[in-house]
Design a protein around this ligand. Structure first.
Ligand code: HEM
Length: 475
């Protein structure tokens, strides 16, 4: 087996031949080994707490299926080949369900429900999230980005990630809920949105769900605050929402209008469901977009050649970007694509097996926790040349057409692919272009020996808090 300098495998992807083992009766197959280079399984959790990516790199260095140990859970199976991702998300999706953590946390929103309930919810929401539909939010997005970034001044040292956290919440509230947040206020709402991630702090994995840890209490309080806000807005819109979808300026008004005009299955649009849906969307659409923008600005600051091409492109626009300019922004588009490859906000996807199954000739028992190691797949030298380098130009040709269709999956895949994909891509491109026309952002933090920024993998990938950028106004 050949390997590159990172120790990862470099031989071509396994062929159909390699897959044949998986048709065997799983009970006759061995379990995948624990990674021999990571010590006793009881130490796995400590390794992961120290550096979850380093753990993954080492664990998956020589195979695409490994078993590790998590206290309170037992064996966990990580999968790191695009074909495995495809089987779990698409071709064999009936054998895998979402893990319970999300449902306990978020109730009956689209992210968590399964089966017919999921299909009915997705039917109602899907048309509102198509590329054409989200274009209606373009001007509102740019307005929110400008409202906040207009306050930056030459020489400011910005904690960019927290500024972008506020900005993406401004955008979500304005476009989804139709409520403009105060730039320096609404702290209760901002804290509540952040607290949604406290459900998933690593220490909670060790304790049963009913133990009221401080993080879980923060989560419950935050969720209750956002539910109350959604209820208040629902009451405000009841009876007054436009029944013509073209007139609705935000998603919630659109949904209330659909309910009142009787167009959609009203069982999917009860107050309770809409409330869960709004909290789900705030959770799913907030940190993910913040992360992609933060790492995009970091990547631009660290790659002067790309930054120059990006500035030339956005300078050529007549003014702040509009939806009509999107085709004129190929460099910006590729910066976003490449950022999501190197720093996928959802860096791993959890699932649970519903019956015994097999990958690469190894058995995975029923009811096992499965992790799809998306970040690892995105940096696999079998699929990407110089996989750790930020090279937006790699997407200039037909790389997408040539790649395995699950080798690049920042939004997941199959029927449960991210419904907010077009919304997120539109927001990321417009925000980058709006800010890039006005400012240069210089990185003041320290990268590590491999040129990587300081990262804290929480529920989503995040930059370690406290990293600063220097703002320079452009001529
Ligand atoms: C760069 C930004 C984003 C990334 C990387 C991202 C990533 C993902 C991924 C990987 C999934 C699949 C989860 C799974 O299969 O378990 C997902 C699902 C979902 N995302 Fe996103 N997301 C982003 C932005 C958004 C936005 C802006 C919204 C809403 C406005 C959103 C709403 C959702 C919802 C509701 C689901 C569940 C879909 C379903 O199960 O049918 N996401 N997202």
């Amino acid at each position: 087996m050949s390997s590159d300098t990172t120790g990862r495998r470099t031989e071509p992807a396994p062929s159909e031949e390699g897959k044949r083992d998986d048709d065997a009766d799983p009970s006759e197959l061995p379990l995948p080994p624990y990674p021999p280079n990571l010590g006793h399984p009881r130490l796995h959790f400590l390794h992961q707490m120290r550096d979850v990516f380093e753990f993954g790199e080492q664990a998956l260095a020589t195979r695409d299926v490994v078993r590790s140990h998590l206290p309170g859970e037992g064996d966990v199976f990580s999968l790191a080949h695009p074909e495995h991702v495809k089987r779990v998300l698409l071709t064999e999706r009936e054998t895998f369900r979402k893990s319970d953590d999300f449902r306990i946390a978020f109730g009956e929103g689209l992210l968590t429900v399964e089966g017919e309930e999921w299909a009915a919810q997705r039917d109602v929401l899907q048309p509102l999230f198509t590329r054409d539909s989200v274009m209606d939010y373009a001007d509102g997005m740019v307005e929110q980005v400008r409202r906040r970034s207009d306050r930056w001044a030459d020489g400011d040292r910005l904690e960019l990630q927290s500024e972008l956290t506020d900005m993406t919440l401004d955008v979500l509230f304005a476009t989804v809920l139709g409520r403009e947040l105060a730039l320096d206020g609404d702290e209760r709402i901002r804290r509540a949105a952040e607290a949604l991630h406290d459900w998933f702090v690593p220490t909670s994995y060790l304790l049963p769900d009913w133990v009221p840890t401080p993080a879980r209490r923060r989560f419950r309080k935050g969720k209750a605050t956002l539910q109350a806000e959604a209820d208040r807005l629902l009451e405000e819109k009841a009876g007054g929402a436009p029944t013509d979808p073209a007139e609705a300026e935000d998603l919630l008004s659109l949904l209330v209008g659909l309910r009142e005009s009787g167009v959609a299955d009203s069982g999917m649009l009860t107050d309770e469901r809409l409330r869960d849906q709004m909290v789900t969307i705030i959770f799913a659409g907030h940190d993910t977009t913040t992360t992609s923008l933060t790492f995009a600005f970091w990547a631009l600051a660290n790659n002067p050649g790309v930054r120059e091409r990006f500035h030339a492109e956005v300078d050529a626009l007549d003014g702040p970007p509009t939806m009509d300019d999107l085709d004129e922004l190929p460099v910006t588009d590729r910066v976003v694509t490449e950022t999501l490859r190197l720093y996928p906000p959802v860096y791993s996807l959890p699932r649970r097996s519903t019956e015994p199954t097999a990958f690469d000739g190894y058995r995975i028992p029923a009811d096992s926790r499965i992790i799809l190691a998306l970040r690892h797949v995105h940096r696999d030298p079998r699929f990407f040349e110089a996989p750790d380098s930020f090279r937006p130009s790699r997407w200039d040709g037909d790389l997408r057409g040539e790649l395995h269709d699950f080798a690049y999956a920042p939004f997941g895949g199959g029927p449960r692919i991210c419904i907010g994909r077009e919304f997120a891509l539109l927001e990321a491109k417009l925000a980058l272009a709006t800010i890039g026309r006005e400012y240069d952002l210089y990185w003041l933090g320290d990268n590590d020996a491999d040129g990587e920024p300081p990262i804290s993998p929480e529920m989503t990938l995040r930059m370690t808090p406290g990293q600063e950028f220097l703002v320079t106004e452009r001529e």
